[in-house]
Design a protein around this ligand. Structure first.
Ligand code: ADP
Ligand code: ASP
Ligand code: MG
Length: 461
């Protein structure tokens, strides 16, 4: 029996557990699954595993959810999904239970994709895309059991409870925590494997947390289970100074603070879902990001405080942005205009991201990270209402480039090298000063890669 720091006796001490999440590429093939399994074996503190759908499957499922009316095209998409799963199933030692589970889920995909042709809906989309994670967890658990690990698969929807906003559901933290208490006994002698990305609302209907949501699921489970650490195993050995696909000289960051990493996730560094760090911050859980295919390369530790806090840490890029500019001459020296604008936006549940104002106009970008992956747009009714107040101009095909760092608004000349690097770029909006950790620029989408590369060269190379 152990004794807590306060000297009280813990009647039933919980084991120190670590939650590990493996992304789509890390479970996309049998070979990738084997590498991920090896990571778990090398980290015996891993008691709870959250996994994504096999790479490519979610994209196919979203296409089906939109309703592919052409029978041949629909069948091709169904075949592509089945091929990914069957290739892994074929490499596993035969197991009737797993084969049946995968077959039943594929039948469900077929049936839901037919329903989507008749009447697509957000609820149906979530039920359909969930089949990706529901299938991959069967396959991965089977592999772990075959390797002799005490793995057991559980259905995330029984534990991760959310509201009913299909495609971008909000977790009910208290209820999730309450549900997860039931897992404590099993954690003593099992490695539990569950689906990322999916949950269920109070009526038991399947919901999803938005694209890339498995990171967030893992963090929510880590919080609910009182985990001592969270490992996000992906296809890159850590968080880089920018997306290594954008800049060849991007380099991994050994340690980064919660604040900096949260800004990176929020502003589009795909390596982490934007909400991932919220539960980790709440419960002070350190987060590790590493490559499942190359664990020996190390990775990034995200902690409450990092040892170094450089002025410039990293650059993030978020594409598919929409900017709305509202112009009203009556705004000049008046009050209440912004309140009216935000009242309308709130009524339509439109979340605003960046904002700048001038004497007679205000520009804002719209935030959207749902499972359908649509470009954020103003609903027609909201546009109409706003048009009664002012002139509304909507501009798409934009990108937000965010430079992340520390003490930015207190460092003299902090932005000088930024503007030097971008002397020929057209900046559509700049946000600076609200946070010590970022300066954000809105640029045309087709110039975004070059803007990131020039900034990276100037500030990090
Ligand atoms: P997973 O399927 O494991 O969740 P993702 O594709 O969602 O993986 O995220 C990993 C990808 O994130 C990398 O392959 C990389 O291209 C991209 N990425 C974007 N920004 C960064 C960054 N700053 N550091 C590392 N990776 C990044
Ligand atoms: N499978 C989901 C997606 O592709 C969730 C995830 O991978 O995190 O978005
Ligand atoms: Mg991801």
């Amino acid at each position: 029996m152990s004794t807590s720091s306060k000297g009280e006796k813990d009647v039933n001490p919980l084991p120190s557990i670590s939650v590990a999440k493996f992304g789509g590429t890390s479970v996309g093939t049998f070979a990738a699954m084997q590498q991920s399994a090896a990571v778990i074996m090398r980290h015996p503190e891993t008691r709870f595993v959250v996994i994504s759908a096999c790479a490519g499957v979610t994209n196919h499922l979203i296409a089906l959810a939109q309703g592919i009316k052409n029978d041949v095209l629909r069948q091709n998409t169904l075949d592509a999904i089945d091929a990914i799963h069957q290739q892994i199933l074929a490499a596993l030692p035969a197991c009737h239970h797993t084969q049946e589970a995968v077959r039943t889920l594929h039948q469900q995909i077929i049936s839901l994709s037919e329903q989507a042709c008749e009447a697509p809906s957000e609820a149906l989309t979530d039920a359909l895309v969930a089949c990706g994670e529901l299938t991959s967890t069967h396959l991965f658990t089977r592999l772990l059991v075959h390797l002799g690990l005490p793995a057991a698969r559980i259905d995330a929807r029984e534990y991760l409870k959310t509201d009913s906003q299909f495609g971008h559901a909000i977790p009910d933290i208290a209820l999730t925590q309450q549900q997860c208490q039931r897992l404590n006994a099993q954690l003593d002698n099992h490695i539990l494997v569950t689906q990322g990305f999916i949950g269920a609302d109070k009526e038991g209907r399947t919901t999803t947390l938005g694209r890339g949501g498995s990171d967030y699921s893992a963090a929510l489970f880590a919080e609910a289970l009182g985990a001592t650490s969270l490992a996000i195993w992906t296809d890159v050995p850590g968080i880089y100074t920018t997306d290594p696909r954008l800049a060849a000289k991007a380099r991994p960051i050994a340690e980064i603070s919660f604040s900096e990493a949260s800004e990176m996730a929020t502003f589009g560094a795909k390596v982490l879902h934007p909400s991932t760090l919220l539960p980790a911050v709440r419960q002070h859980i350190p987060v590790f990001v590493g490559a499942a295919c190359a664990p020996e390369k190390g990775g990034t530790w995200i902690r409450e405080h990092a040892e170094s806090s450089p002025l410039f840490r990293a650059i993030a890029l978020r594409r598919n942005q929409t900017m709305v500019t509202l112009t009203s001459l009556t705004m000049f020296q008046a009050y209440g205009f912004l309140a009216n604008v935000f009242a309308i936006l709130a009524r339509y549940q439109i979340s605003v991201d960046l904002i700048t104002t001038s004497e007679v106009s205000v520009s804002l970008t719209l935030d959207q990270t749902n499972t359908q992956g649509e470009v954020p747009r103003l609903p027609d009714a909201a546009l109409e209402e706003l048009s009664t107040l002012c002139h509304v101009d909507v501009c798409q095909h934009l990108a937000v480039v965010a430079l992340i760092g520390n003490e930015m608004r207190h460092t003299p000349g902090a932005v000088t090298p930024v503007f030097n690097a971008l002397d020929t770029a057209t900046l559509r909006m700049i946000c600076y000063g609200a946070s010590n950790h970022n300066v954000c620029m809105v640029v045309d989408d087709d110039s975004a890669t070059e803007v990131v590369q020039r900034l990276h060269t100037q500030l990090f190379e």
